[in-house]
Design a protein around this ligand. Sequence first.
Ligand code: M6R
Length: 616
Amino acid sequence: MCGIFGIITNQNNLSLGKVVLEGIKRLEYRGYDSCGIVSLSNSKLFVKKDSGKIDEIQKKINLAEIPNNSKLALAHTRWATHGAPTKINSHPHLDCSNKIAIVHNGIIENFIELRKDLINQGHIFKSDTDTEVIPHLIEQKMKEGLNFKDSIVEALKLCNGAYGLAVCHADYPDLIIVVRKESPLVIGIEEGKTTYLASDIPAFLPLTRKCYIMEDDELAVLKAGEVDFYDLKNDKKINKELQVIEWTIDAAEKGGYEHFMLKEIYEEPTAMQRTLKISKDLLQVFANILWSAENIYITAAGTSFYASLAGKFIVSRFLGKYIQAIECSEFQTQLSNSLKNNSVIIALSQSGETIDTVEAIRWAKSKKNVKILTITNVVGSTLTRYSDNVIVTQAGPEIGVAATKTYCTQVLTLALIALEIAKLRKVELDSDIEKYEMALKSTPQIIEKFLNENIDEIKNIVNTLEKSVQFFFLARGISIATAKEGGLKLKEVACRFIEGYSAAHAKHGPISLVREGFPIIFIAPPDETYQRLIGNVMEFKARGGKIISLVVEDDKTISELSDLTIRIPQPGDKYHNIFSPITFTPALQLLAYYASLLHGLDPDKPLNLSKTVTVH
Ligand code: M6R
């Protein structure tokens, strides 16, 4: 939630405004309610900010225009939590003297009390945000005689909550101070020349590949081309390892596609090829731990949760044990009296920063002796620090707010673990395991073929359904996960109302909504649920429902019952069917993408969403 970017340089030939604008735009996936930039020149701060998306604000007030001699700037793109998305509430926020400016990602939970105290001390607030207490607290500490850095440290001791923040001061033009607690922050560096700060690496990747990843309770003093790190708790200097990023910015840019969402769907085959190469040793570590565990939970949010539903189905199938999937925000409440020692918890998260997932894990660790197995797409993310073992999915950076390629790689990773378990347990014939492995290895080609051959058909279905505003996505068995994930995509990017549900259970209530022409998308791979699903299709058809089915290429029965059909190129056998969430979901992602375009929406920036949810 919220993106922050900053730069401090001694280079004269750098177009600071342009660099800052491009940097903050690369973080816009984190929030796009409002944006602002502060720069510094001749001991004065210059602030430009407004509500709206960055391009709109740039057009309106020329955000990127900053004083020529400025060598420092901070920028922020906001996902509103405290206070409406207005100009006044947008960052940066300043103190009373307009000398101290801050950009902040996170939440100061006790801001109401702090604000009251500060107002009693004579401070004047301009916004409704929690953030604004911080510059006033720093101002107060400086008035009390502390230096700039110590004032920040002391001010933050009074704040409860989470922050990734950057502060500058009009009288200190050669430094920026940044602090991290629970909200991600990375520092990029071109030694001796320029230092960058950002919520995420792609923001400065075209400028430098060298970076430091900040940990919780660390403070960094940034100067042009140099940086010093301190432990916030004892103010001691710390040494941090400089990392060199392997991937290039191309991976995080649109590369000729109109939207990141489309690009990332088309990247699925290669992302999966990379995921198929995850080390067998690592997969076996996960497999062994799961095999010897008595109680297994899997927890996540949003798309990662639906990947958990699909993945736990596959793992349980070969493990022979039940895995309980619990949404991360409910994990603590549901297990408050029943979490057992030696439980194994699988945490799934694209970003590794989703606060409810991180908190579920932290809570479990604080209560019992549990093992945490994390599957994430981001090396060094917060979740990895609380985990006993980590697998990094190989999707590459995902910028589109709607998760697409990361879903496929998450399910694939769990499927790879499942097959290692199958080998360990020896409950399947070796020849069967081999066939399952072959089926899994063919999933990238199946998706590639679908993406190459079926776009017109998807567009045609989208056009036919143009007037529909509500949909059911129905399925049985493992495909309920596909129904929920496909439904979530359409909901997010095309603003349609969706119920993703069990086809069998739908007759216990939801079916009462069906009228002539009501669209129902049935996910119908030819697995053990197919025969019963036919009955469910008939029930909805009999009530006038418009039936759209997702079936395999040679399907006969359900496609004949359907008004519209999407055919997934895969052989309908047991070896492939268990992996159908991987091969069927891209079709639904594309459906959502083209529906979004048809309704004039921006699929990369769905209303009210943020890619990384770091608030409860
Ligand atoms: O980074 P995470 O996988 O933990 O994120 C979880 C959800 O916030 C995320 O999947 C969200 O639902 C996306 N908007 C889905 O497209």
